[in-house]
Design a protein around this ligand. Structure first.
Ligand code: FNR
Length: 183
């Protein structure tokens, strides 16, 4: 079984990003299992946790979970043209201590979600920049910018047919990338 971690950059209960993540997670072929990673419980990163202060148990657990994954799917909203702090915090936590970056080498895919027409372009590309430094190979094409999200989800949180078809192509490209790196 190939383990794909799903990281959502919103803690909001009725988050559009979470709803999109659920749709995307359902598109993986048999043989892939998706697992949501909790990031809202991680204390704000403080480098003193690498020395003077005891490492929070949540950090240890999160780093272990990430290290056991074969790939990571990021689904995120955009906050002020960048990624939400909660997502950046999680990225930072599992990148440390220096030399023990557990994201490294894991294939990744990014979906940005927004009620606006720009579809989280800024967040999508800021995240790409961070994942590049974390040494994660990322799906380049197709890019997944899911804008005008109000119009795409029905009352049960299901995406419309066209968007689902597009995301199926996106997931298939992602699984091709995963196969290349985990062969
Ligand atoms: C936003 N929102 C937003 N949207 C966008 O397209 N670009 C942006 O730069 C921002 N900036 C921003 C900052 C902050 C602090 C908040 C709270 C919101 C709106 C945002 O897309 C909207 O609230 C989404 O519903 C958030 O995603 P979830 O929680 O539905 O997944």
């Amino acid at each position: 079984m190939v383990r794909v971690g799903v990281v959502v950059g919103s803690l909001r209960k009725k988050s559009f990003s979470k709803q999109v993540a659920t749709n995307v997670a359902s598109l993986f072929a048999p043989g892939y299992e998706t697992e949501y990673l909790e990031i809202g419980n991680l204390p704000l990163f403080n480098q003193d946790y690498e020395g003077e202060l005891e490492t929070p148990a949540e950090y240890t657990e999160f780093r272990k979970k990430v290290s056991e994954l074969d790939a990571v799917l990021f689904v995120t909203p955009e906050y002020n043209r960048s990624i939400p702090a909660v997502l950046k915090n999680a990225l930072d936590v599992a990148s440390r201590p220096y030399g023990e970056n557990v994201w490294s080498g894991k294939p990744a895919a990014i979906v940005s979600v927004s009620p606006g027409a720009l579809a989280g372009f800024g967040a999508n590309h800021h995240l790409r920049q961070v994942l590049s430094f974390l040494n994660m190979p990322v799906v380049q094409q197709p890019e997944a910018y899911i804008g005008n999200i109000y119009e795409l989800l029905d009352e049960n949180g299901k995406l419309n047919e066209d968007t689902t078809q597009f995301l199926q192509t996106f997931v298939d490209t992602f699984t091709d990338l995963i196969k290349r790196y985990n062969a």
